[in-house]
Design a protein around this ligand. Structure first.
Ligand SMILES: Nc1nc2c(c(=O)[nH]1)N[C@H]1C(S)=C(S)[C@@H](COP(=O)(O)O)O[C@H]1N2
Ligand SMILES: [Mo]
Length: 373
């Protein structure tokens, strides 16, 4: 960072405002490869686990992971348009009623690597999803205690991480409307699968907003600001919004869309990840989920022109993915296997992608190429 720079006009610092250029095809720019190394996806074979093992859960960090070793210093403030601003130490939060909720999180950019031309960002294939048991305390009673003003419209959640996006310097911040924030399912979280959050997942405190794309679940949370006008922070209005083909915002990104993934069957080729299966009946396993806690009503598996209805198994909770399986009779030749889910609202995944300008909220049915000798 250039110390002599005026922080109010970072656009004067050339490297902070790189030209955004779209990328084509399946060749990836060096910066995309570097982002993919920092922000790993969930290994699809771990979809066999009800809960994604902590180290295998996908990661999306825009900036640097803050260095926090001693959580006893951590404080969360709730201030702004409230009658009783509150400051809570981590121990105060841990002494409040404890709730554990299994929640499937998915990045809104999941699938972006399949688009061409492609927005310059994290190049996910379709693995930016995971399910963990998050433990913490409900947010709503704390907002109640702070006494939200009747003029308040939104609640903004800030992390301590800071960086620059398209020339805007900011702390990562996202808002919810007052109604959304007071939804009792929103949690202040300090444990993931029964252990303290790892540094990269938000240690010591994060938000979990079940049923929403991951961007709402702010990590390294230290500041909650209740405001009387809609939040216009970078992560709220410049990104994580759907845009038309000219790049004009059309709708905010909120709840996850319905999606199913299968564990690619057989064995992979090391570099291409294409699959080899032996002929005969193979059990196919996968997971399916949707947003807002809407249940999955159907999963279908496709091979050779036929859709086959899969069997649905249990889900660990309202906001956790549903396991599914089916038997596939593999015959010699090349196969393009696909799967798609339908939720209880009747929403079903498309077979052809609809691409928003920056590659958000895409839920095209997965496709897996398999060779059977
Ligand atoms: N403070 C902060 N919170 C954040 C982010 C971030 O970069 N900074 N990334 C968000 C995005 S886009 C996603 S998809 C989820 C990912 O959570 P995970 O890395 O624990 O899987 O965190 C969200 N919370
Ligand atoms: Mo994300």
């Amino acid at each position: 960072m250039n110390d002599s720079a005026d922080n109010n006009s970072p656009n004067t610092i050339p490297f902070l405002n790189p030209q955004k250029t779209l990328h084509q095809g399946t060749e990836f720019a060096a910066f995309e490869v570097a982002l993919a190394n920092r922000n790993s996806g969930t290994l699809l074979e771990t979809l066999r686990h009800d809960l994604t093992p902590v180290g295998a859960h996908y990661l999306l960090n825009h900036f640097d992971v803050p260095y926090v070793t001693d959580s006893s210093d951590w404080a969360l403030t709730i201030a702004g348009a409230v009658s009783n601003p509150v400051t809570l130490k981590l121990d105060d939060i841990k002494s409040l009623p404890r709730h554990t909720e299994p929640v499937t999180l998915e990045c809104a950019g999941n699938g972006r690597a399949l688009m061409s031309p492609r927005w310059p960002s994290q190049p996910w294939a379709q693995e930016a999803v995971g399910t963990a048991e998050w433990t913490g305390t409900p947010l709503a009673p704390l907002l109640d205690q702070a006494g939200i003003s009747s003029d308040a419209v939104e609640v903004v959640f800030y992390g301590t991480d800071e960086g620059i996006s398209s020339g805007d310097r900011h702390h990562y911040g996202r808002s919810l409307t007052v109604d959304e924030a007071c939804n009792t399912d929103v949690l202040l979280v300090y444990e993931m699968n029964g252990q303290p959050l790892l540094p990269q997942h938000g240690f010591p405190l994060r938000l979990i907003v079940p049923g929403w794309y991951g961007m709402a679940s702010v990590k390294w949370l230290n500041n909650i600001d209740v405001i009387e006008t809609p939040f216009d922070g970078h992560q709220q209005v410049k990104t994580y919004v759907l845009k038309d083909q000219q790049g004009n915002p059309t709708a905010p990104v909120k709840h996850m869309k319905v999606r199913a993934l299968m564990i690619p069957p057989g064995i992979p080729d090391w570099t291409t990840r294409k699959r080899l299966v032996d002929p005969g009946v193979i059990e196919i396993h996968g997971r399916a989920w949707s947003g807002q806690g809407v249940p999955i009503s159907k999963v279908e598996f496709f091979d050779n022109g036929n859709w086959l209805e899969a069997e649905l198994h249990t889900s660990k909770g309202k906001y956790a993915w549903t396991a599914w399986s089916c038997n596939w009779d593999a015959t010699p030749g090349r196969h393009e296997l696909r799967c798609r889910a339908t939720d209880a609202n009747g929403d079903c995944q498309p077979l052809e992608a609809f691409w928003d300008y920056s590659g958000f909220c895409n839920n095209i049915a997965q496709s897996v190429e398999v060779w059977c000798p």
